[in-house]
Write a protein that binds this ligand. Structure first.
Ligand code: TXA
Ligand code: MG
Length: 348
C-alpha cells in the first residue's frame, strides 16, 4: 500500500488534502490524523470492513475496542443506544470537544468489530480543527486508536507517525506536535459512582469538580487484576530497553539511580535516565532526557512519549526513570510510565 503524506498548517488548513482524506474514509480506507491528545488511525466507524483495516495496520489484537470520534451531537445520538443521562450531559457540556472518552450503551449502527463484541461503545469529540473537519467532511463517525504500531508509545509528533505507519495506511495528515501528549481519559458513568478506566487528558481533579465522587479503576495500578477497559491489559508504550521507575524521597531516588546506573555502566552498558529539569544536571555521565519542570504535569504529559522514543534512538540498554507526583496530568503520565516499565517500580 502506498501512503500519501500531507503536511497541514493548522492556521490555514489545506482543504484539498482534507477533502481527499475524507473521500478515502468514505470509500473504506484508513487515514491518520492529529488530535489534541495523540495522532489517531481512523476509518469509517459504521463499516466493519473499514474498521478491520485499522487492526491490520496497527497489528492490534481484535479484542481491544476502539474509540469512536464524532464532530456533532447527531452523530452521538446515532451511535448510542440509550438516552443521554444527566451525568453524560454534564460531562459533554464541560469537556467536549476535548480529551474525554465516555462509555455508552451502543446502538445497532455500530458494528461489533468496533467494540470488540462489547455492548458498549467509547465516544469522544476531539478538540482539534483538523480532526473535526475530517469527521465533518467524511460525514461518518471515525473509529480511531492511537496511530502507533501496537505496543509502542503513542505518536505525538509527525515523525513518530511517519516512522511507524508509512505504507500501512492510505493517507497521513501531519501537522505540529499534539498539544496534550497523553491519550484521552476514558470514563464509565453507567454505575452509581463514575469510574475512570484510563487516566488521561482530563484530570481526576477536573472530573470530581463536575461530578462529585469519581473513582479510578484500581486494576490500572495492579497488574494482577483484569482491567475493565480491555486495552489496559496489554504491554504498552514500551521503549526497546527495559525500564525501571524509582520512587521515594528526592535525594534517595537520585542516589539509587546513580548507584544502579554506575553498575550498568561498569558492565559496559549504555544507561538512559528519565528525569525533570530541576534534576537533569545530576546525571552527567548518562543519556539524560527531561520531561520538563517537576512543577508542571502538562509538560510531562506533552513530552513523555517523545522521550521514550528518543531513548530508542539513543540505543540505550536500560532506562531509569524518576517517578513524578500523581496529581493532575501526573496520574496519566505515571500510568503510562508504569506500563512502559512493565510495572517495574523500585521504592526507596
Ligand atoms: O486520545 C485518545 O483517546 C486517542 C486519540 C486518537 O483519540 N485514542 C486512543 O485510542 O487512545 P486507543 O485505541 O489507543 O485506546 C482506547 C482505549 C483502550 O484502553 C480501550 O480498551 C478503551 O479505550 N475502550 C474502548 N472501547 C471501550 C469500551 N466499550 N469499554 C471500555 N473501554 C473501552
Ligand atoms: Mg493506544
Amino acid at each position: 500500500m502506498k501512503t500519501k503524506v500531507y503536511y497541514l498548517d493548522e492556521k490555514n488548513i489545506n482543504t484539498k488534502a482534507l477533502d481527499e482524506a475524507a473521500a478515502v474514509i468514505r470509500q473504506g480506507g484508513t487515514v491518520i490524523f492529529p488530535t489534541e491528545t495523540v495522532y489517531g488511525l481512523g476509518a469509517n466507524a459504521l463499516d466493519e470492513k473499514s474498521v478491520s483495516r485499522i487492526f491490520e495496520a496497527k497489528g492490534r489484537p481484535s479484542d481491544n475496542p476502539l474509540i469512536v470520534h464524532i464532530s456533532n451531537y447527531d452523530m452521538l445520538l446515532y451511535c448510542i443506544g440509550e438516552p443521554l443521562s444527566e451525568k453524560a450531559q454534564k460531562l459533554i457540556a464541560y469537556f467536549w470537544p476535548g480529551p474525554l472518552t465516555i462509555i455508552f450503551k451502543k446502538s445497532k449502527g455500530i458494528p461489533k468489530e468496533v467494540t470488540a463484541g462489547l455492548d458498549t461503545v467509547a465516544i469522544r469529540m476531539p478538540d482539534d480543527e483538523i480532526a473535526l473537519s475530517l469527521i465533518k467532511k467524511s460525514g461518518v463517525p471515525i473509529a480511531a486508536p492511537s496511530a502507533n504500531i501496537s505496543g509502542k508509545p503513542s505518536p505525538t509528533a509527525p515523525e513518530h507517525v511517519i516512522m511507524d505507519m508509512v505504507n500501512r495506511v492510505d493517507v497521513i495528515l501531519c501537522t505540529s506536535n499534539t498539544r496534550v501528549g497523553v491519550e484521552s481519559t476514558v470514563i464509565d458513568i453507567s454505575g452509581e459512582t463514575p469510574l475512570v478506566l484510563r487516566p488521561g487528558g482530563v484530570t481526576l481533579e477536573e472530573l470530581r469538580e463536575v461530578l462529585g465522587e469519581v473513582e479510578v479503576d484500581e486494576s490500572i495500578e495492579e497488574p494482577g487484576i483484569t482491567p475493565k477497559s480491555p486495552g489496559m491489559k496489554y504491554i504498552h508504550y514500551a521503549p526497546k530497553a527495559p525500564m525501571a521507575i524509582i520512587r521515594g524521597g528526592e535525594i534517595k531516588v537520585r542516589e539509587k539511580i546513580l548507584e544502579l546506573s554506575k553498575k550498568e555502566k561498569d558492565k559496559g552498558l549504555k544507561v538512559g535516565v528519565l528525569t525533570v529539569d530541576e534534576n537533569k544536571e545530576s546525571y552527567g555521565d548518562y543519556e539524560v532526557i527531561s520531561i520538563g519542570s517537576k512543577e508542571d504535569s502538562n509538560q510531562a504529559a506533552h513530552n513523555l512519549f517523545d522521550a521514550l522514543r528518543e531513548f530508542d534512538k539513543l540505543m540505550v540498554d536500560v532506562i531509569y526513570a524518576e517517578a513524578i507526583s500523581e496529581n493532575y496530568l501526573g496520574l496519566a503520565v505515571m500510568n503510562r510510565m508504569k506500563k512502559a516499565a512493565g510495572f517495574n517500580i523500585i521504592e526507596v
